[in-house]
Design a protein. Sequence first.
Length: 318
Amino acid sequence: MRYEAIRRHRGEYPVRLMCRCLKVSASGFHDWVTRAPSKRARDNARLLERIHQHHTDSGGVMGAPRMHEELGYEGESASLNRVARLQEMSAPEAINHENGERRIVVQTNVRGRDVGSFVTDATATLAGSVTLPEGYYLTWGGQFENQQRAAARLALVVPVALGLIFLVLFTSFGSVRQALLVLANIPFALVGGLLALWLSGEYMSVPASVGFIALLGIAVLNGTVMVSYFNDLLARGKALADTVVEGAQRRLRPVLMTASITALGLVPLLLASGPGSEIQRPLAIVVVGGLLSATPFTLLFLPLIFRRFGQDACGRNP
């Protein structure tokens, strides 16, 4: 329509008049005519149609001032209320987008409870009291999202780690029964870590999960030290009853040193209160609490269990 309008009306009124109406120079008018169509070009073409209509209605005698007056293009600044409606209202300072969708963030800090239970309660409350319009949805991010992602990874890593530990123990002892005896130390360590978290008022978190993994390694190490020494004494020809008694006495100091040095090294983390203490304290609490429960089991109950299940009826290491 733009090109037809120009060709049709070019001879009916001067180009200079059109340039004044469009507020462009002659060269700019030429560029406007020759460039590819666009929204602005289509709007200007409609303006030319209106110019031609007024020019025709006025009998072909229509000057630029008269044209500006008729069309409302007087070349002066217009007040804002002539082109817009002003209203004071609340609105976001910026509209953020993510994956091509509008996104608004509501932030909150959780104190006095764990993030997981807070999100569970908040989700239940919002589901019963808030109805989202069509096309809207709610997601939880931040620390909760990181915690869920880490928990999913730990759910895969921990079973794999236990399987590899069992494989290494079986390779070292050549006995499934003795490998399971060493792994029996893990539940006692876990109970101690969970009890320590409950007594200290901490919650299960990603740092606490990392602490359980470290505790698992220490508990297995102490059990391996005991069972390996039992096997050495049996290989020297000692009786099973004498083996467990002497082995528990001889391995008392190494096991206590391993547990005590680890616990004492984590004391600064237990007493931390500055920035980062929310990550350090749960890890230290889990490890120290687990050692307090796993060490007595290693020194007192593991020798008794080894005497009962460490060898088969023929005296061989099954």
